[in-house]
Design a protein around this ligand. Structure first.
Ligand code: ADP
Ligand code: MG
Length: 690
């Protein structure tokens, strides 16, 4: 039977209690034991002469006991002195029994393993492992490096070691198949699976420990490669299945689009044109477009979405535009209505909070096809929403939607046997390693140009002890007719507390700046209230808008030119970048003030420095990935997808080009592909059925 199927309880001495402990480490089957790789190794393969010991060495020494005394220092301890002809070493025990002391008889020989550290009288080992040596050093030492595994409470290293060794003994070519085609392994000199596992659980004496510690040994890289490949294949399979569904072909009809462009108050940037053309080509295909458009905040993604929607509408189909929050959905609704109604198109609006008759009316227009474009939140994809003939789904600010939502969207939008085209837009630039892994099911376009006339935002990092100064700055900016955002953040996840903090801040600011018109918007307000406040800010009826991070994405108020962010150290870089993107949209010089709470941690300082030094979203995203890891960068909802057992995107990101290349060739090996996905991702429950 395959090692992927045999439970650990098959091994000698593994009962329920032990198997529960193993479960805590994610180990259920024998295969899991083999993929439970050591974090580091100890060298117990040779006996080191005491005279050659250096501080920090972790090794085996042998010697004759010269003395063993209990001393009363700061703490009562047992000190044992041993000698081997090259030097003297002290063994120090804080916990010991009388029997132990008596066992260390002068003249007897012991062998110990521990870490040499400087002590009051030369090198010493604190609580070394040791045992009596009966036949003067003839006992064999270990013949491989000793693995140290990630462990859990109540599970000893020695126990884990034995279990892994038992699993290794079971390993043969039949019960844990080599799934990488020989030809590819030859070309890229990839180790075989069995060799890699044997090596990593029992590295030879001369193994490069440094390389192993870094995770860069060929045996480790081979496994990381396989894992990344499996993830890539899983996403390719989803893509493949989606594309097999077929989609309505929507070629450009040159009816609505020229009229739309005509009435736009500005010409498209080169990047907007290029990306729109990529999208237009995809829409003409008879299989679903799966395209991710990345464009920094303010790069003008909405226009690109509108062009795509018009192409669907020109062909007689509907387009749905989904945003992650009601405020954004509403803003899109306003934009689309403004742009499309002059062209004689009806735009519908749907959000969770919409109830009763209004809701029913919108649903009816969506169902009978009189609404050509439908804008809303994820409420768009509830079961009761029936589209007349949906041809395109646009998802804005994709980073808020995880892989699951992406998939359910593909499912929901399906109409008969045809699937809608999908355009996914994100304002969070995604580091290349992530587009090549987490988004491997999508094609990618980048709007790498901002509309002309923007001036870069000046970023200032300042301690909150200088709050008065910041308030002075707000006062003078508003006196010049500018508008200001003031963003409150809290560590607590609780939205209630966040909102409360924003309310308090708002009150304080109203007292300190009585001449200003100050508004407040937070997540617990009713959508209508939020919308009203946003609308009056947009209409310049408010000078200062105090907000929680609800204004994070996409809100567009060109006259706002100052952004104050309290406690920016609590936010990720990508989020800060998003917030900062709210200003610098007009032609006046803009400021972003990051008002931190002193003292800053080193990492905090480093992160805020990045914000000060660059406004390039891609650089910021790379740095965010480096500092916080992919889970945080993608958002928690996405992490399930990106939890690797062995691979590490930062360390192994350079493998992705080959991974993708090989994934492209694996359709020649359908059985292996399926097995790879099963081996590394289980039965695919994460992916749902597409
Ligand atoms: P984002 O990419 O962040 O979604 P938006 O689509 O909200 O950006 O656009 C930001 C602002 O830039 C809007 O006010 C929009 O009208 C304006 N804009 C978009 N494209 C252009 C362009 N080509 N020239 C000038 N202004 C533009
Ligand atoms: Mg936007």
């Amino acid at each position: 039977m395959s090692l992927a199927e045999r439970p650990v309880t098959d091994l000698k001495g593994v009962g329920t209690a032990l198997s529960l402990k193993l479960e805590r480490l994610g180990i259920h089957k024998l295969q899991d034991l083999l993929f439970h790789l050591p974090m580091r190794y100890q060298d117990r393969t040779r006996i080191v002469p005491i005279g050659a010991l250096r501080p920090g060495d972790e090794c085996v020494v042998c010697g004759e006991v010269k003395a063993a005394d209990v001393v009363q220092g700061r703490r009562r301890s047992l000190l044992c002195r041993i000698q081997d002809g090259t030097g003297t070493l002290t063994l120090r025990f804080f916990h010991f029994s009388a029997a132990q002391k008596n066992g260390l008889k002068p003249g007897s020989r012991i062998r110990c393993f521990g870490e040499a550290r400087p002590g009051p009288a030369g090198l010493e080992m604190v609580h070394p492992e040791y045992r009596q040596q009966r036949d003067s050093g003839l006992e064999p030492v270990a013949d491989t490096l000793t693995p140290i595994y990630p462990a859990t409470e109540g599970l000893q290293q020695t126990r884990l070691r034995t279990l892994c060794q038992q699993a290794l003994e079971e390993l043969n070519g039949d019960n844990l198949a080599e799934l990488l085609p020989q030809e590819m392994r030859d070309r890229w000199q990839l180790w075989s699976l069995a060799d890699s596992l044997r090596y990593l659980h029992n590295p030879p004496v001369d193994a490069d420990q440094h390389l192993l510690l870094e995770g860069m040994h060929p045996a480790q890289r081979r496994l990381a490669f396989e894992e990344l490949l499996a993830h890539n294949l899983a996403l390719q399979q989803i893509r493949h299945k989606t594309q097999q569904q077929g989609a309505p072909s929507l070629p450009p009809q040159h009816r609505l689009i020229p009229a739309f462009l005509e009435q736009l108050p500005f010409p498209l940037t080169g990047a907007q044109q290029r990306v729109s053309q990529e999208v237009a080509r995809d829409l003409a295909q008879s299989y679903p477009m799966l395209r991710l458009v990345q464009g920094d905040v303010g790069s003008g993604k909405t226009v690109v979405a509108a062009l795509a929607a018009l192409q669907a509408v020109e062909n007689g189909l509907q387009a749905a535009v989904m945003a992650p929050t009601e405020i954004l959905a509403e803003q899109h609704f306003n934009n689309f209505s403004q742009w499309l109604e002059p062209l004689g198109l009806e735009v519908a609006w749907l959000a969770g909070k919409l109830k009763g008759k209004t809701r029913a009316a919108q649903l009816a227009k969506i169902a009978d096809g009189s609404a050509k474009v439908v804008v809303g939140t994820h409420a768009l994809f509830q079961d009761e929403v029936l589209f007349h003939d949906l041809g395109l789904v646009v998802v804005d600010e994709q980073h808020r939607f995880g892989v699951h939502q992406r998939l359910s969207l593909r499912e929901k939008g399906r109409n008969g046997h045809l699937a809608p085209h999908q355009l996914i837009m994100t304002a969070t630039p995604i580091p290349r390693t992530l587009t090549m892994s987490a988004y491997a099911d999508l094609d990618c376009s980048i709007i790498d140009e901002l509309p002309p006339g923007r001036t870069p935002v000046n970023t200032v990092v300042i301690a909150d002890s200088r709050r008065d100064q910041v308030i002075g700055r707000v006062r003078s900016a508003c006196a010049e007719g500018r508008q200001v955002y003031w963003v409150c953040t809290l560590i607590e996840e609780s939205e209630a507390l966040q909102c409360q903090a924003a309310e308090v801040t708002c009150e304080t600011l109203r007292e300190q700046l009585p001449e200003l018109r100050i508004g407040l918007v937070h997540g617990r307000m009713k959508p209508a209230e939020k919308a009203a406040v946003m609308a009056s800010f947009k209409a310049a009826e408010l000078d200062l808008l105090v907000a929680t991070t609800v204004i994070e994405v996409g809100v567009d108020v060109p006259n706002a030119s100052v952004m104050i962010i309290e406690n920016p150290e609590r936010l990720g870089l990508a989020q800060l970048h998003q917030l900062r993107g709210r200003v610098g949209r007009g032609s006046v010089e803009s400021f972003c003030v990051l008002m931190y709470q002193a003292p800053l941690s080193n990492q905090g300082r480093e992160r805020l420095a990045v914000m000060r030094e660059t406004t390039d979203g891609f650089k910021i995203a790379e740095k965010d990935l480096q500092l916080r890891g992919p889970g945080e960068v993608l958002g928690t909802r996405q992490t399930g997808m990106m939890q690797f057992r062995i691979a590490d995107l930062q360390r192994d990101g350079d493998l992705l080009t080959r991974v993708r290349q090989l994934a492209g060739q694996m359709h020649g090996y359908p059985q292996q592909s399926a097995q790879l996905v099963r081996r590394w991702l289980g039965q695919g429950e994460e992916y749902g059925n597409v």
